[in-house]
Each structure stands twice: as structure tokens, then as C-alpha cells.
Write a protein that binds this ligand. Structure first.
Ligand SMILES: [Zn+2]
Length: 322
């Protein structure tokens, strides 16, 4: 029997839709993953979302507290409108919240996935005991969310926390967003791999070459991490460089916001201690003196299924405000 102690979290991605039934403490009771079928267009994807939600609630009667959706791209909260999400071709504007509310008859909360990750850490994770923190997610893109006074800060147009587009080199590399020298253009997963490949092509020696049998297309951030742990100097330098650049970009954020707790999640965060240590020392080196001793960098707690948990946290988060 389901009741108000449960929520459904949906992680809407371009390849798959993951949904989970989650309790108040962030424990996943049941989860499913279905193909997004993004090429099928809006109707097809919405059908898949409904299917995934029905699957996790299967056979259970009673009313849950609500449904939370973490969606890529820009989200307008009022009708849960998702606008032109990257990776979901042909979407335009979809009032996803309204559509799902009609279907399931419960409250539906739609939020940008980076903000959902920050709210997930706030409700169940590493941010539970902090009033203010900045969450940064290192993946294919570099996303972020800002928590002030235990509330997500959305800004005027709703895209506050785009930490991936802090400039670290005004004459630097082109970023996906069109600007030059954004941090994402250095430490976003694809850029990172591309840069490592280039260095290896140019003759850098590394244990990585053994791992991949000299096939540069097989390089992943996980392998770079493994090689760094094995003591490979080249891979260690990649991790330290990534952490250092990350720290410099975060220094701008800390200097603007005077928020000194940073939570780091996402795949590249798997680089571990060496990444965190180098980010911390670069950050301390570049922040104004009065913040220096209060800098705290923590790994995200919601690792596996962070998307589902973050989305379900939207429901419990909103119930706190009522
Ligand atoms: Zn950018």
C-alpha cells in the first residue's frame, strides 16, 4: 500500500528514462529503466515516461506524495514546461507537468536535472546539514545548482548555476555553448577525452596505452582514473590538471557568492582524492583571504541512481515549503 511517504522520481534522458519509487529517506523501493525512443518525437517519449511511472507503481494502490522529474535543459516550473531539451529532438515546448498531473492525479514537479541533483543532495545527501552550498556535476557537461538558505536559487530566467560556463581562459577553447574558454571546454568528459587522446597521439607515454591496446578510441575517464591510481604519471597529471582548473573556476563562484561548501558529483568526480585535493588547493589559492579557511569540498552522496533520487527529492523538497 502506497502512501504520502513515497514519491516517484523520473530521470529523463536522451537515451533512457529511469524511474524509481523512493521513500522519504531516499531509499529506492523499485526502479525501472526504459528506452527514451527520442527519435519517435514528443508523443512517444511521453508514452515511455508514463509507462515507466506505471511500472514502478505497479500493483500498488494508494496515493503517493507526488512525482518529480529531472529534465535536461530549460524548465519553467509553473506548468512543468520543458523547453528544447538537448538530446530530445523536436520537443520545442512541452507542458510535461500538466500532462502527467492529468494522467496520474498527483502533484508533479519538473526541474532542470542539475538543480534536481542539488536538491537531492540537500534532502538526502551530502548537503543535508548545510544551509548553503554549491553543487557541481562533472559529466559530459558540467552543470551546477546553488542552494541558499536551503532553497534552490533559480535566478531570473531559471538557469542560475550554469557553473560549466564560467570562463577560465578568455582566449581559450571553444565551448559547446558558443563562448570561448568555459570550464566545460576543459573538464567536460568529451573534451577531456579528446585532449588526452591528442596528447597521447603526440607521443606522451602512459600506462593507458597498455589498457587500451593502443586503440585511442577506447579511452574513458574511468580508465584514466584507474591508471592514475596505479601511479601512472601521465594520468595523474590529467587528474591534477582537471582538479586545478576546476578549483580555479570554483574560486570565481565562491568569490561571488561567499558560499564555501562545494559538493562535487558526476562521473569525472570518480577521479577521487587526487581530483578533490588539487581542486581544493587551487580553490584556496584563488579565493579571497576571508573565505580561505572555510573552504570545504565534499563528494556527492547520491552516486548510483542520483538522477532518480534527485527527481524524487523534488517532491519531498516542495512538501517542506507547504
Ligand atoms: Zn560554455
Amino acid at each position: 500500500m502506497l502512501n504520502k511517504n513515497f514519491a516517484v522520481g523520473v530521470d529523463l534522458g536522451g537515451t533512457s528514462i529511469k524511474a524509481g519509487l523512493v521513500d522519504k529517506k531516499g531509499k529506492i523501493i523499485k526502479k525501472v529503466s526504459v528506452d527514451s525512443l527520442a527519435d519517435g518525437g514528443v508523443e512517444t517519449v511521453i508514452r515511455q515516461i508514463k509507462h515507466a511511472i506505471n511500472e514502478v507503481m505497479n500493483g500498488k494502490s494508494g496515493k503517493i506524495l507526488g512525482i518529480g522529474i529531472g529534465a535536461p535543459g530549460s524548465v519553467k516550473l509553473k506548468k512543468g514546461t520543458v523547453e528544447n531539451p538537448p538530446n530530445l529532438p523536436g520537443w520545442g515546448k512541452v507542458h510535461l507537468g500538466t500532462i502527467l498531473n492529468k494522467e496520474f492525479g498527483c502533484d508533479v514537479f519538473v526541474e532542470n536535472d542539475a538543480n534536481a541533483a542539488a536538491i537531492g543532495e540537500l534532502i538526502y545527501g551530502a548537503g543535508r546539514n548545510f544551509k548553503n552550498f554549491v553543487m557541481i556535476t562533472l559529466g559530459t557537461g558540467v552543470g551546477g545548482g546553488i542552494i541558499i538558505d536551503r532553497k534552490i536559487y533559480r535566478g531570473e530566467a531559471g538557469y542560475a548555476g550554469e557553473l560549466g560556463h564560467v570562463t577560465i581562459d578568455s582566449m581559450g577553447r571553444q565551448c559547446n555553448c558558443g563562448a570561448i574558454g568555459c570550464i566545460e571546454a576543459y573538464i567536460g568528459n568529451n573534451y577531456l577525452i579528446e585532449r588526452v587522446k591528442k596528447q597521447l597521439q603526440e607521443g606522451s607515454d602512459s600506462l593507458l596505452l597498455n589498457y587500451i591496446n593502443n586503440d585511442l578510441n577506447l579511452i574513458t575517464s574511468k580508465l584514466i582514473c584507474d591508471a592514475a591510481i596505479e601511479g601512472d604519471d601521465f594520468s595523474k597529471s590529467v587528474v591534477v590538471d582537471t582538479g586545478t582548473k576546476l578549483g580555479y573556476s570554483l574560486a570565481s563562484v565562491v568569490n561571488v557568492l561567499d558560499i564555501t561548501t562545494i559538493i562535487i558529483g558526476g562521473g569525472v568526480a570518480g577521479f577521487g582524492k587526487l581530483l578533490f585535493d588539487s581542486a581544493k588547493s587551487a580553490l584556496k589559492e584563488r579565493v579571497i583571504a576571508s573565505s580561505r579557511n572555510s573552504i570545504r569540498i565534499l563528494p556527492a552522496k547520491l552516486k548510483n541512481n542520483a538522477g532518480i533520487k534527485g527527481a524524487s527529492a523534488l517532491v519531498f523538497y516542495s512538501s517542506l515549503k507547504k
